[in-house]
Design a protein around this ligand. Sequence first.
Ligand SMILES: *Cc1c(COP(=O)(O)O)cnc(C)c1O
Length: 229
Amino acid sequence: MNLSLEQNYQILLDQIQKAAEKAGRDPGSIRLLAVSKKVEPERLRILWNLGQRCFGENRVQEARVKIPEMPTGGEWHFIGGLQTNKAREAVECFDVVESVDRMELALELEKRAAVAGKRLKILLEVNVGGEAAKHGCPPEKAAELLAAVGQLGRLEVKGLMAIPPFREDPETARPFFAQLKAIRDRLEQSSGLDLAELSMGMSHDFPIAIAEGATLVRIGTALFGSRGP
Ligand SMILES: *Cc1c(COP(=O)(O)O)cnc(C)c1O
């Protein structure tokens, strides 16, 4: 049986709350990012009407058409790999870029934010699994990247993001979530910056991410169903 989007949303909010309580955390400290890639604005407005305000997109071309079709006042996160030649549009469309993983990209975002007269919230994406095909700054380079990005006046680093290697068994992601949190704790200590945001956990492993400290869970399939590659 197919559940409605409303039902999926309610179930998911319940699951997030339960995972938080089980971990002894305040459920209010965890936000749901509805990953809306490949989903029509009509369906997103259903979530909007239920109170959802945070949405995540992984393609600039798709988002630049979709976001203007949504009510204003939402919080739009870019969560995909970002080419520098898309930085200008990303700055125009998004409130948060979660996938900053190299200085070249940070510099371009800084430049474009300055032109647009904006400040941009960002997360540093860390490649915790060390997979060659994945985006993300290598863990051992994160301190260096943070120090350099911290010099940029238009970018506000809010925390870290990671996409661990995918395995059927969600438990295999746990050490990677723990690793991201440990990196964050270390960076906070060494930099003195407030890096509260930990964006980690997706449809199949978010309860584990919450147990390991996630503040932002990025969820698509569990809400909208499977949308192909
Ligand atoms: C698509 C996507 C998600 C959501 O994944 P689901 O398994 O559909 O919940 C989360 N993060 C990123 C970076 C994505 O591209």
